[in-house]
Write a protein that binds this ligand. Structure first.
Ligand code: 5GP
Ligand code: ZN
Length: 115
């Protein structure tokens, strides 16, 4: 999608620090990390938010949760200590980039409830 920063990152038109990539997703270091480890998993296909998920996206959603999140947590060595997986959605959810992305945050103890 034109003028979408995460489409540009997925297409390599904008630089990022890539930690994982396959045909469905790219995972990058967050530009402004909120924890010692902060990675964003970004589908290569432009999907604005969870609200725009279609039935055809089930394989993508499962791939992210079943394959990509655990792999990245292992690679970052936070699988055992623990980590948080976040998908901010819409205004009240605090979503600022309107291309679906999954945050993985770790390397410190998280608080609950979130702000
Ligand atoms: P949201 O608030 O939409 O859930 O999260 C957007 C995240 O994307 C934020 O944590 C922000 O720091 C990150 N971000 C925004 N623009 C860029 C960018 O150009 N490159 C990278 N690596 N991260 C970005
Ligand atoms: Zn996009």
């Amino acid at each position: 999608m034109l003028d979408c920063i995460f489409c540009k990152i997925a297409n390599k038109e904008t630089k990022s620090t890539i930690v994982y990539e396959d045909d469905m997703v790219i995972a990058i270091r967050d530009l402004d990390p909120k924890a010692p480890e902060h990675v964003l998993i970004i589908p290569k296909k432009h999907i604005a938010s969870i609200n725009e998920f279609k039935a055809e996206d089930k394989d993508l959603a499962a791939h992210i949760l079943v394959d990509v999140v655990p792999k990245i947590a292992n690679d970052l060595k936070i699988a055992e200590s623990g980590y948080r997986v976040v998908i901010n959605t819409g205004e009240d959810g605090g979503q600022t980039v309107h291309h679906l992305h999954v945050h993985i945050l770790g390397g410190r103890s998280m608080t609950w409830p979130p702000g």
